[in-house]
Design a protein around this ligand. Structure first.
Ligand SMILES: CC(C)(COP(=O)(O)OP(=O)(O)OC[C@H]1O[C@@H](n2cnc3c(N)ncnc32)[C@H](O)[C@@H]1OP(=O)(O)O)[C@@H](O)C(=O)NCCC(=O)NCCS
Length: 175
């Protein structure tokens, strides 16, 4: 792991300590036995998804690794990491969506929307000022989903969603 990642993980892990959980019904924090199913959904949803990253988050940031269940089946997940940010307002805690996906057989039923609404509500309770994400400019289902939740496009960036790919950085302000 490079130094930047190590630093990011360490500060993120510190921020996620003392995390306050809210009542989330059928959304739970990841457990080790859920990982194979979550990795399967990731592989189905992304050409170049990094399973290594999800495994690391599932060990270090369980509280902000949300798994959506329906009748005891895992139907989707959303995983964040936290990062400190300095702005004109002073020290802020921000979060970034590292990955989100719904099982192909369960898409279009509002599961990702529910995951995002509840998890961002919990972010707000924990003093997170804004949620960021990066989405490929061609991923229209995801862009529509994020817009529906209230995310706004901030800028277009290259090489974050893959080599020579363009994506939008989007933000949801919580405060
Ligand atoms: C993007 C993704 C997570 C959406 O999951 P989902 O559970 O099917 O989404 P929901 O059913 O909660 O949809 C909520 C809203 O998102 C938008 N949306 C979702 N799928 C859409 C589609 N195929 N076309 C257009 N809009 C869509 C709509 O605004 C929808 O609201 P509506 O039903 O009132 O129109 C899913 O398609 C997926 O896993 N894709 C592969 C992985 C991926 O691309 N992740 C995002 C990476 S940035």
């Amino acid at each position: 792991m490079n130094l930047k990642k190590l630093l990011q993980d360490t500060t993120g892990n510190l921020l996620v300590k003392k995390w306050k959980s809210i009542e989330k019904g059928d959304i739970v924090s990841i457990e080790d036995d859920m990982l194979p199913e979550v990795l399967r959904i990731q592989a189905e949803g992304f050409k170049n998804g990094s399973s290594e990253k999800l495994i690391r988050y599932s060990k270090n940031s369980k509280n902000i690794f949300y798994v959506m269940k329906s009748k005891d089946e895992i139907v989707g997940y959303c995983v964040y990491y936290l990062k400190p940010a300095i702005s004109l307002k002073g020290f802020e805690k921000k979060s970034v969506i590292s990955s989100i996906a719904t099982d192909k057989n369960f898409r279009g039923r509002g599961f990702a929307e529910r995951l995002l609404r509840i998890s961002t509500e919990e972010m707000k309770v924990n003093g997170i000022s804004s949620v960021l994400l990066y989405v490929n400019i061609n991923n229209l289902p995801a862009i529509y989903l994020y817009k529906k939740i209230g995310f706004r496009k901030i800028k277009k960036v290259k090489n974050i969603c893959g080599q020579k790919e363009s994506c939008y950085e989007m933000e949801l302000r919580l405060t």
